[in-house]
Design a protein around this ligand. Structure first.
Ligand code: ARG
Length: 466
């Protein structure tokens, strides 16, 4: 006796028993890939358009497919669509619903295509849409940084190396450093989009199809730059998902580093900035606490994005050509990477303009840390002393300052001259914080004038690009 009737109408023809109930659930992707419904329907509309154009379906069938898919889209968006695990994935759920709605014509939609090229198309379309959203958030964050940098172009803070006070810098300059990191991320995102934007549709299962399809047409209907060049590669390539996660990982690295600084700066020990209450939470036990949860979470979420990158790389490394079911595992990491990056960018873009700068505290910290010691050394060099000797002289002056609890600018001329007689009254101009930052007045330097220039250049480029 033969087994039960197979459940799956799409491929059950050669099967003599129904799929095991657990295996049905285990192999299904519809619980997560239903997220692709819009792109799946868009791809099907383009495919049907092409089938009609090359006369594989007639006017009536084309019309029915169009109206059928439109009403399915509406059902899904109104929450009326019933997703079924038995139908495995988003593609077969929609196709089965179409056939249920319009009958025979629905069954013709799958002519000349496979779920393999269908899913490859859907994810590309989906990621392309998400890249556009992420781009908007990224630019919004960048613009927030430009405004903040301009506003605080002359605000002085200590610059750090080894987290020890090094030289005075301007807060605007620091914000522009963040801007630069994000600008490279934006370039990587655009790059990813460039390579992603090719249509795999028509590669079918792996080898192409015997039908006289028009791949240029479907590619252009879907706003791709053109069809992919090799059918085997088309159905198996997930480079674009990996590239996206590589972009996402670097972006998260940058957001995480900025988060770390925000967290330090809001601490009582630094007290360089305040974040408005709406970006913080309190402690249920310590009433004095105001915790920088948003940057902490961004820092924490960085790890999961790195994890998705490693996961996808590992997913691909052992796969022979062409499509393998392994590829179904590409979606959850990619979806989560996209969601995480988009939300983190949004949180940052909202938070940056709201940063309250405590300029007096930053200034105080810069004064306290002998941050103008290099300026004194440079001053001596300008009076003909070799830099290594000047370094030694200033080191002694700093040690003297530490012993007497005085910053360099607080020492008297006579005290300074004891270290080197070529020091004159004009030394105090370089020992001031303002003198120090404004003398670093070249491209890429921290002088307020340069920060304003950098902001202006960046604004002009932003206006051209976005
Ligand atoms: N749900 C599948 C995926 O996400 C779609 C492609 C299935 N193709 C197949 N031959 N089983 O990859």
């Amino acid at each position: 006796m033969r087994g039960k009737k197979p459940v799956n109408k799409a491929w059950g023809g050669r099967f003599s028993e129904a799929t095991d109930k657990f295996v049905t659930r285990f192999t299904a992707s519809v619980t997560f890939d239903q997220r692709l419904y819009k792109q799946d329907i868009r791809g099907s509309l383009a495919h049907a358009h092409m089938l009609h154009e090359v006369e594989l379906i007639n006017d009536d069938e084309f019309r029915q497919i169009n109206t059928g898919l439109a009403s399915i889209l509406e059902d899904i968006e109104r929450g009326l669509f019933e997703w079924s695990v038995e139908l495995e994935d988003v593609h077969m759920n929609i196709e089965a619903a179409l056939t249920a709605k319009i009958g025979e014509a629905g069954k013709k939609l799958h002519t000349g295509r496979s779920r393999n090229d269908q899913v490859a198309t859907d994810i590309r379309l989906w990621l392309r849409d998400e890249i556009a959203n992420i781009h908007v958030q990224l630019v919004r964050l960048q613009n927030g940084l430009l405004d903040l940098a301009e506003r605080e172009a002359a605000t002085i803070m200590p610059g750090f190396t080894h987290l020890q006070t090094a030289q005075p810098v301007t807060f605007g300059h620091h914000m522009m450093a963040w801007f630069e990191m994000l600008d490279r991320d934006k370039g990587r995102l655009q790059d990813c989009l460039k390579r992603l934007n090719r249509s795999p549709l028509g590669a079918a299962a792996l080898a192409g199809t015997t039908f006289p399809i028009d791949r240029e047409l479907t590619a252009s209907l879907l706003d791709f730059d053109g069809p992919t060049a090799n059918s085997l590669d088309s159905v198996s390539d997930r480079d674009f998902a990996i590239e996206f996660c590589a972009f996402a990982s670097l972006l998260m690295t940058h957001l995480s580093r900025a988060s770390e600084e925000l967290i330090l700066w809001t601490s009582a020990q630094f007290s360089f900035i305040d974040l408005p209450d709406r970006f913080c939470t309190g402690s249920s036990i310590m009433p004095q606490k105001k915790n920088p949860d948003v940057p902490e979470l961004v820092r924490g979420k960085t790890g999961r994005v790195y994890g998705h990158l490693m996961g996808l790389l590992t997913l691909m490394k052992g796969q022979p050509l062409a499509y393998n079911k392994d590829n179904q595992e590409d979606k959850e990491p990619l979806f989560d990477a996209v969601d995480t990056v988009r939300d983190c960018l949004r949180a940052f873009a909202d938070m940056i303009p709201a940063i309250q700068v405590k300029a007096d505290n930053m200034r105080e910290a810069a004064l306290r840390g002998y941050s103008t010691a290099t300026d004194l050394a440079d001053y001596l060099v300008n009076r003909g002393i070799a830099f290594r000797d000047a370094h030694e002289v200033v080191g002694k002056a700093v040690a003297f300052g530490i012993d007497h609890n005085k910053d360099l600018a607080e020492l008297s001329l006579a005290q300074l001259r004891a270290f080197n007689p070529s020091i004159q009254e004009d030394v105090f101009a370089v020992l001031t914080l303002e003198g120090s930052v404004s003398s670093r007045n070249h491209v890429g330097g921290t002088a307020p004038e340069q920060v304003k220039k950098a902001v202006a250049v960046a604004r002009a480029v932003q206006a051209l690009e976005n």
